[in-house]
Design a protein around this ligand. Structure first.
Ligand SMILES: Cc1cc2nc3c(=O)[nH]c(=O)nc-3n(C[C@H](O)[C@H](O)[C@H](O)COP(=O)(O)OP(=O)(O)OC[C@H]3O[C@@H](n4cnc5c(N)ncnc54)[C@H](O)[C@@H]3O)c2cc1C
Ligand SMILES: *[C@@H]1O[C@H](CO)[C@@H](O)[C@H](O)[C@H]1NC(C)=O
Ligand SMILES: *[C@@H]1O[C@H](CO)[C@@H](O)[C@H](O)[C@H]1NC(C)=O
Ligand SMILES: *[C@@H]1O[C@H](CO)[C@@H](O)[C@H](O)[C@H]1NC(C)=O
Length: 377
């Protein structure tokens, strides 16, 4: 009897699992990849792609169809649509297609890889929806960056530091760039905080500490046409462009609540040491949808490898193996196009040139090719 593996999400996690399984051409097994975004999107470079002229759309986006076309046609199917309901008991997922009709997909093995989105819907840091919507968000942000004289970046985590760094590098002498940090250190006070603040200062980025944004609203009077940022305490700041970078929300709305972590909004899916969803035999998850130990590229890659292995084992009637994380925890932030800050295990500082060479120079754009030709897996 032929078997179906359904993979939900066509990004770093989902496409990796698809390649790993399709390369094996497992007998009588079909892989169905479901993705809201018809393209693979290299979101890690979005921070630089908002600077006009730096990165082309083709460097950032490649069709998933191209990635899968290298495998025999009967072994795969690509479904562009959004998972809208999962029934782990009946072993089916409901997919809402672009024309708003639905399609039920029965599965033998299911991989949840729908990632996490930014809590600010108009930002391009993570794919906000379809390919067209993601492209529009990116182009719109780039156009607003060009036209703004004063830009406020809210949130001084890695994305905020990188966005402020790119803006400072390009516009530090001509536009005013302000980074809002809720605490008294950037990067949550981690070991790279002081280095990051120093690098940003060199790029003429002003960091405003202890800044808790209460709301933003359209400016009036002198601030007509601007956005007014209101801080708790009542202080206001008018800006041409407000770019929030805070908050990640796992895309888990289609999963029954009992399989999700506690919380109101940001609820990752629960997994055991095999990256299997507890109380299921055949549902697996990897990447930002799990966000454990944190949401990160290297963690996502390792998890995708483990999930592909465990799905393959399950198809053969074998037991799963415990998932392994990366050998060390690396966090690296580009700060502009020439420098960067990073740390290994929160103890070892990475020199600026090392971060630049490993990440900042290209923002790892050459990796896109490996996800399209399958060599990543
Ligand atoms: C600006 C930025 C820079 C980063 N830089 C680094 C870095 O230097 N190092 C590092 O380790 N990590 C970095 N990260 C984190 C890294 O981007 C994530 O860990 C990675 O993208 C996770 O991949 P994923 O496939 O799990 O999920 P995602 O990338 O979130 O992809 C999920 C996919 O699923 C699709 N989808 C969502 N909902 C549905 C649905 N219901 N049905 C079907 N499809 C759906 C989405 O459209 C998307 O294509 C960075 C993140 C950002 C935002
Ligand atoms: C699908 O539904 C959404 C919201 O319900 C709507 O905005 C959109 O226009 C619909 N699309 C089509 C093709 O009918
Ligand atoms: C920093 O920015 C201000 C404008 O906000 C500008 O006058 C100044 O020349 C800049 N300094 C450097 C070193 O780029
Ligand atoms: C990082 O920490 C892990 C354990 O958490 C350890 O095995 C590894 O050797 C450490 N690496 C470095 C370079 O400190």
């Amino acid at each position: 009897m032929s078997k179906t593996v359904v993979i939900l999400g066509g990004s770093i996690a989902g496409l990796h699992v698809a390649h790993a399984l399709l390369k094996k051409q497992i007998k009588d097994t079909k892989v169905i990849l479901v993705s809201k975004n018809s393209h693979f999107y290299w979101n890690l470079a979005s921070v630089r792609a908002i600077i006009p002229g730096q990165i082309t759309d083709e460097q950032l986006f490649q069709p998933l169809q191209t990635a899968l076309s290298r495998y025999p046609a009967e072994s795969w199917e690509l479904v562009i649509g959004s998972a809208s309901k999962a029934d782990f008991g009946a072993k089916t997922v409901e997919i809402t297609l672009p024309d708003n009709t639905t399609r039920a997909l029965p599965y033998h093995q299911l991989v949840l890889a729908t990632g996490a989105r930014s809590s600010s819907p108009d930002t391009p840091w993570k794919s906000p929806g379809t390919y067209e919507e993601t492209l529009a968000s990116l182009h719109d942000t780039a156009a607003r960056v060009t036209n703004a004289q004063h830009i406020v970046v809210a949130g001084a985590g890695s994305t905020g530091i990188e966005v402020a760094g790119e803006l400072g590098y390009e516009y530090g002498k001509t536009k005013e760039i302000i980074l809002l940090c809720s605490g008294d250190k950037v990067a949550g006070g981690s070991s790279l905080a002081d280095a990051a603040a120093n690098e940003l200062k060199k790029l003429n980025v002003t960091i405003k500490y202890g800044a808790h944004v209460q709301e933003t609203r359209p400016g009036t009077g002198d601030a007509q046409g601007k956005t007014e940022v209101v801080f708790t305490g009542g202080e206001t700041l008018a800006t041409d462009l407000y770019l929030p970078t805070t908050g990640l929300i796992p895309n888990t709305e289609y999963i029954p609540s009992q399989f999700l972590g506690p919380g109101e909004v940001a609820r990752p899916v629960l997994v055991d040491e095999f990256l299997r969803v507890p109380e299921t035999e055949e549902v697996w998850a990897c990447g930002d949808i799990v966000s454990k130990p944190r949401a990160g590229f290297f963690i996502t890659q390792k998890q995708a490898i483990s999930v592909a292995k465990n799905v393959e084992a399950a198809l053969a009637g074998l037991k799963p193996t415990v998932a392994k994380g990366p050998p060390m925890d690396i966090l690296a932030c580009a700060v502009g196009r020439e420098r960067g800050v990073g740390r290994i295990n929160n103890t070892i500082k990475m020199p600026s040139f090392m971060v630049w060479a490993a990440k900042g120079r290209t923002l790892a754009l050459p990796m896109v090719k490996t996800y399209i030709d399958g060599s990543v897996a």
